[in-house]
Design a protein around this ligand. Structure first.
Ligand SMILES: [Zn+2]
Length: 319
């Protein structure tokens, strides 16, 4: 597979999720110039065809030939072997066994380097673009905490992706939050993601208006609905627990909260910070860690996963 690092041209990144494909084209200076969105077609053939179509569309909008792209990056919800260009256990894409996805897409595109990355790793690379550079010149140091179907984090430590020895770094959604709590599909009970994910709120709060459950829960809580207040507070406590784990293990400077639930916006951030501030009020140690100040929301309307995938596609995070 041709993965020479090229420079000085356009790159494309795709965030291939279980329901949709989000794509961006970055100009040679790394600025997002074009975006596309399409439905995901599950199964290997559908994923390859969808990726090829999105890349061709973005290259067309950028006015460059696909063969002139410096690289293409694909963020995938599965276990990725970056060096081999393979992905497996991408259950939400209908891909189970290990497949050489990078080569399959590259063959269809011609001579463009194609790189794969786990979707959360791509997201943390993308999120890093939107946090302030550190005044002391230090490399980016942050976690991207995704609150979506499940809960998990991507880690960028001292500017480098922490993928883990088995590609499983950041799987904090399966830490126990409530002993003897709700059963989890992982086989344990009381996992964090049973309390702090979009799915958790969907399960606990049947939508009354057709709006997403997280938005409804936070709105109803603000209006004083006791059940919504209880759910919101439990949700915020679980997210705060995740933030605490990330900061106390890695001392990341920022925890950027993203995923579908982050669309709730300021009320979510306020609720999480309130839990962290309350804990700091009784613990000088936690107060010294300044947890609440480290939490931010992912930028609204920016597909950080696709942006990160494009940066990966340019070879910026080669293993
Ligand atoms: Zn679990």
């Amino acid at each position: 597979m041709d993965v020479r690092v090229r420079s000085g041209g356009w790159s494309v990144g795709l965030d291939i999720g279980g329901s949709k494909v989000l794509g961006v084209a970055l100009d040679p200076s790394g600025v997002v110039r074009h975006q596309v969105k399409a439905g995901t077609v599950r199964g290997l053939d559908g994923v390859v065809a969808g990726a090829v179509a999105a890349v061709e569309q973005l290259a067309g909008r950028a006015g460059v030939a696909v063969g002139d792209l410096v690289g293409v990056g694909l963020g995938l919800p599965g276990v990725v072997d970056v060096a081999a260009g393979t992905v497996e256990h991408a259950v939400n894409l209908g891909i189970d066994e290990s497949v050489a996805l990078a080569a399959l897409v590259a063959d269809r595109l011609g001579s463009v380097p194609v790189r794969l990355e786990n979707d959360l790793n791509a997201a943390v690379v993308g999120a890093a673009r939107f946090v302030e550079p550190h005044a002391d010149g230090a490399q980016h140091d942050l976690a991207f905490l995704a609150l979506g179907t499940g809960m998990a984090a991507g880690l960028l430590l001292d500017g480098r992706l922490r993928r883990g020895s088995q590609g499983a770094a950041g799987e904090i959604g399966h830490l126990t939050f409530v002993p003897d709590g709700l059963p989890c599909k992982c086989g344990q009970v009381g996992c964090l993601e049973q309390y702090a994910s979009g799915s958790a709120l969907d399960a606990a709060w049947p939508s009354r208006t057709g709006a997403p459950a997280p938005a409804e829960v936070f709105a109803a809580a603000a209006a004083g609905d006791p059940r919504a207040v209880e759910l919101r507070d439990q949700f915020a406590a679980a997210v705060a627990a995740a933030v605490r784990v990330l900061v106390l293990t890695c001392d990341v400077r920022h925890v950027v909260v993203g995923g579908g639930v982050s669309a709730v916006g300021a009320p979510l951030l306020d609720a999480v910070r309130a839990v962290l501030d309350a804990a700091a009020g009784t613990s000088p140690f936690l107060a010294s860690m300044r947890l609440a100040a480290r939490v931010t929301l992912a930028p609204e309307g920016v597909p950080v996963g696709a942006v990160g995938a494009a940066l990966v596609g340019r070879g910026e995070h080669d293993a």
